[in-house]
Design a protein around this ligand. Structure first.
Ligand code: GRG
Length: 294
């Protein structure tokens, strides 16, 4: 019997968080570095990316365990990007997810090193997974380094920095999001499907799906900045007037942003149908990404 998406997500959040603990607690490293890594890894993230990876794997195969190390590695890279993004040299934020940022609890140097450590350790986690063969390890590490590096997330971050305080076109905005947010989502979808033995054709459709899912995530994020409860309370990071950043609602108005998001939802679902995985949790997760309230 199909399980409701919330139960599905909660089930895997427990498994993912246990594996995060397993991977980090065994490290024999100075306490300050370990505490700093653990602090941000356990600071209340929604775990959307690792869940996506497992759902993508399960669209094709059974036994999530084969996707577990990649999903934890992905969450490590996501967390490192947040730690570094919050630093004084970047966004200079004191709070994330309602908690003090890493450099506020520890210090800047420790936060930089904790981010570096999570980035590099993520590759080690994949390389040491006994459930993966060498070909799989190389392929996953290849996709992860590409999507998180200069051709992916980091490339998006630098475009984003260049666009700070200037008007950008919708096309330019979407390029930033495609790289900065979308590439890690692409890693989740492609890695899960690859490990589940999807065909080349299915992988192509899933890449298209991931592209639209990344944009859905970001349009909704921008909408929440304006309409969400946290925005109304003035608590949402990056939501305030201090930033002149281009967003979907600023470029299209709220109604226009919602309309565009709905178009992307249709395209994402079409791509899942073409990949013949419309019965998977990826379908429910598309709705979840589109309607999430935080
Ligand atoms: C390496 C410095 C550096 C930056 C890389 C990804 C990124 C660029 C910076 C992170 C900050 C940011 C606002 C990214 C946009 C994507 C986004 C809204 C991330 C938050 O993702 P959620 O909502 O986070 O999944 P949680 O808190 O649930 O883990």
């Amino acid at each position: 019997m199909p399980v409701h998406l919330t139960d599905y997500m909660n089930h895997y959040i427990k498994i993912i968080e246990q594996e995060i603990r397993n991977q980090l607690e065994k490290l024999k490293i100075p306490k300050q570095l370990k505490d700093s890594m653990l602090y941000s890894m356990n600071a209340g993230g929604k775990r959307l990316r690792p869940i996506l990876l497992i759902a993508s794997y399960e669209a094709f195969a059974n036994d999530y365990r084969k996707g577990l190390s990649s999903s934890v590695a992905l969450e490590m890279i996501h967390t490192y990007s947040l730690i570094h993004d919050d630093l004084p040299a970047m966004d200079n934020d004191d709070y994330r997810r309602g908690k003090l940022t890493n450099h506020k609890v520890f210090d800047e140097a420790t936060a930089i090193l904790a981010g570096d450590a999570l980035l590099t350790y993520s590759f080690e986690v994949i390389a040491n997974d006994p459930l993966l063969n060498d070909k799989e390890k190389i392929e996953i590490i290849k996709i992860l380094s590409h999507t998180s590096g200069p051709n992916g997330m980091i490339g998006g971050q630098i475009l984003d920095m260049k666009a700070e305080n200037s008007e950008v076109t919708l096309q330019e905005l979407e390029k930033i999001h495609e790289l900065k947010t979308g590439e890690l989502i692409k890693f989740a979808i492609l890695t899960g499907a690859y490990l589940g033995n999807a065909t080349k054709e299915q992988l192509q459709y899933l890449e298209e799906f991931a592209y639209y899912l990344g944009l859905i995530f970001q349009v909704q994020d921008d909408i929440l900045d304006v309409t969400g409860d946290e925005a109304k309370l003035g608590k949402r990071v990056g939501s305030d007037e201090e930033s002149m950043k281009s967003t979907y609602p600023r470029l299209l108005g709220i109604d226009g942003a919602i309309e565009l998001k709905n178009q992307y939802v249709t395209r994402a679902k079409d791509a899942l149908k073409k990949a013949k995985v419309e019965d998977s949790y990826l379908m429910n997760l598309t709705e979840h990404f589109s309607r999430r309230d935080h």
